[in-house]
Design a protein around this ligand. Structure first.
Ligand code: APR
Length: 257
């Protein structure tokens, strides 16, 4: 894999990089066939249903009408369970193997980074193929068979109460332990270089580590076919797909003198 399409000054920076923080969103899984949320063809893009989909994925709806929340969660889970890691996920595994320090913060709930082999990661929004019970300690996984048979809300095999998806819904707090890890990795000991890709960067806890790095004069890189609110705040805003650009970044990191 060459890195000829990367800006030469970026290649020079990558060849001296020993610690990297990466932040990913749904766009990194788009090349695995999983819908993004916003923008053309996104889950919320539907004129009629867009806002209702966001409402369905909220804590109040899970409490009042769990079947409605599970209707959208099952749709996401069925896309996810068929999906495989793409070259973007694989390139991140290569980056982690090359560097002295690597941390990945992902918003994605598809589990593809873990499936590809990324180890040091924070999956801040959870995993759509995991379930947990709000009444007992049950925590389980959704299988292909479960999803094929699933209509409405799955029941807890231990206490028969309705299960909930092991993801952060709109209106819910982020898991404290994961927020603590985010602070340790991106604030207390910030990585030397921060790379953000495949996200519209609407959440402050996602944009802030990039802005902090940029304000501290650290190299910051964005990979996205479209501009985002971060595009004019990062040092390199690369217009393109993560599946095409990440392998080049991995190759440049590995070419370190
Ligand atoms: N490579 C890189 N970026 C891509 C690609 C690709 N192949 N395809 C699309 N994108 C970009 C889009 O341009 C867009 O900026 O990915 C981004 C996807 O944005 P969203 O759909 O908003 O997804 P994300 O930013 O991950 O959403 C954040 O919002 O709905 C909640 O919890 C949900 O985790 C999600 C969060």
């Amino acid at each position: 894999m060459t890195f000829r399409q990367l800006p030469p000054d970026l290649v020079a920076t990558l060849r001296e990089t020993v610690s990297l923080g990466v932040i990913t969103g749904a766009g990194v899984s788009a090349e695995s066939g999983i819908q993004t949320y916003r923008g053309q063809g996104g889950l919320y893009d539907d004129e009629a249903e867009g806002d209702r989909t966001v409402e369905a994925l909220s804590a109040p709806t899970l409490a009042a009408d769990p079947d409605r929340t599970w209707g959208v969660v099952a749709h996401l889970a069925r896309q996810t369970i068929q999906a495989k890691p793409n070259p973007a996920h694989q390139a991140l595994v290569a980056m982690e193997a090359t560097l002295e320090r690597f941390i990945l913060l992902t918003q994605n709930v598809d589990g593809l980074h873990r499936l590809a082999g990324t180890r040091n990661m924070i999956d801040i929004h959870g995993d759509v193929l995991e379930t947990r019970c709000s009444s007992c300690a049950f925590h389980g996984d959704l299988s292909v068979e479960d999803l094929q048979a699933l209509t409405g809300t799955p029941r807890c095999p231990q206490c028969a109460c309705g299960l909930r998806p092991h993801v952060v819904l709109f209106g819910e707090m982020l898991p404290e332990a994961k927020i603590r890890r985010l602070h340790e990795e991106f604030y207390e000991r910030p990585p030397e270089v921060v790379l953000i890709a495949g996200t519209s960067a609407i959440f402050p806890y996602i944009a802030e580590p990039v802005l902090l790095a940029a304000q501290a004069g650290h190299p910051t890189i964005e990979v996205n076919p479209e501009p985002t609110p971060l595009s004019d705040r990062v040092r390199w805003s690369l217009r393109g797909k993560a599946g095409e650009i990440f392998p080049q970044i991995a190759a440049a990191l590995a070419s370190r003198a």
